[in-house]
Design a protein around this ligand. Structure first.
Ligand SMILES: NC(=O)c1ccc[n+]([C@@H]2O[C@H](COP(=O)([O-])OP(=O)(O)OC[C@H]3O[C@@H](n4cnc5c(N)ncnc54)[C@H](OP(=O)(O)O)[C@@H]3O)[C@@H](O)[C@H]2O)c1
Length: 313
């Protein structure tokens, strides 16, 4: 008798759900339910399936009730909300409450994807496996942003005039790519390091010509990308530097997509992926490759550092 399939439901019928569910539908031993859109919340979250994937928004406050509802129904939860990758720094009360409910229901919660969830944290930690001592870390990504849908593109800062971009960043309406503080804290926590301060800068890159992506038309002078830098300090020293250059048409700026992890250790270690990891297919794969590990994980709110590596199975 073959074992019962692992049942996985998707809430949020967007790009991540479409791509990750397509991967899972091809796998034996997994049954995909949904994806469920905005109007089908009860069906998605109340189903009591083995794993509910919540792929709706980036902000923990927006998904907290959804996570709790799915947990109460007895499901493990994976969410792509960037703030959920390490919730304790900025949302300690929500994290503590949901962690308690998850333990009570004997299920687990994980925030993951490619970034956060892999490129700036899980993979970095894996690379530290060949280091005796880690003094400092630098991770840089150059990313093609053309594959994102309109909602995500606008939220990260694409298609704005200079003044709008600056104002959006000030007000928090424009976030740039999210998840860097969370990744840094996942790595710090796993390595037993205490971060004192994280500084952040973001600079726009303006289109020099009209650029059409699958979801947007960007006129000359509007933002087509940005350079982000996050620097985590321990005392007065830089401990983790994260740099992210995103553009909807990187080659127009002479940029080639790539990822580099450089570890200041003895001897120093540098790992490069070239071309760089693809945001859409990479995130979908990490989510698909996480359903079995979250179903097998101990109860509570976990990070990718608590789990075995995501593998393509
Ligand atoms: N950690 C990572 O590496 C990673 C990777 C990929 C994505 N993400 C994040 O995951 C989220 C989803 O990404 P995506 O590319 O799939 O986005 P998307 O294509 O825009 O899809 C989002 C889906 O969720 C729905 N939705 C949005 N807000 C909702 C809410 N408050 N309640 C219920 N449903 C809601 C949308 O419905 P409507 O169409 O009706 O608005 C849409 O069906 C984004 O915030 C993205 O930044 C993180």
């Amino acid at each position: 008798v073959s074992p019962a399939p692992l049942r996985v439901a998707f809430y949020g019928a967007g790009q991540v759900a479409a791509n990750a569910s397509e991967i899972l539908r091809d796998r034996t031993g997994i049954e995909v339910v949904g994806a469920f859109g905005r109007g089908e919340r009860a069906a998605a979250l109340g189903s009591g399936v083995d794993v509910v994937v919540i792929a709706t928004t980036s902000f923990l406050r927006d998904v907290a009730d959804d996570i709790e509802t799915a947990i109460q129904a007895g499901s493990n939860v994976i969410t792509t909300a960037e703030e959920a990758a390490f919730p304790w720094a900025e949302h300690a009360a929500i994290a503590a409450r949901i962690d308690l409910v998850a333990r009570d229901r004997n299920v687990s919660v994980l925030g993951t994807g490619l970034n956060p969830g892999f490129a700036f944290d899980a993979l970095v930690l894996t690379v530290t496996g060949i280091c005796a001592t880690v003094r400092a870390l630098r991770v840089e990504r150059v990313v093609d942003l053309s594959g994102f849908g309109t909602a995500v593109s606008r939220r990260i800062g694409i298609g704005f005039a200079a003044g709008e971009f600056a104002e959006g960043c000030r007000s928090g309406r424009i976030t740039g790519h999210m998840g860097f503080p969370q990744s840094m804290r996942i790595v710090a926590s796993a390595l037993g390091v205490s971060i004192d301060r994280i500084d952040r800068t973001i600079e726009p890159i303006f289109a020099r010509e009209t650029i059409e992506t699958a979801s947007m038309r960007i006129e000359p002078g509007a933002t087509a990308g940005f350079r982000q830098r996050y620097v985590a300090h321990v005392g007065d020293s830089v401990w983790f530097e994260a740099s992210f250059i995103g553009h909807v048409a990187p080659l127009l700026e002479g940029l080639e997509t790539r990822d580099e992890i450089a570890i200041d250790a003895t001897p120093p270690v540098t790992v490069v992926t070239s071309p760089g990891m693809n945001s859409q297919s990479g995130s979908a794969a990490v989510i698909a490759n996480s359903v079995r590990r979250i179903a097998a994980a101990p109860a509570g709110w976990l990070t990718v550092a608590d789990l075995p590596p995501a593998i393509a199975r």
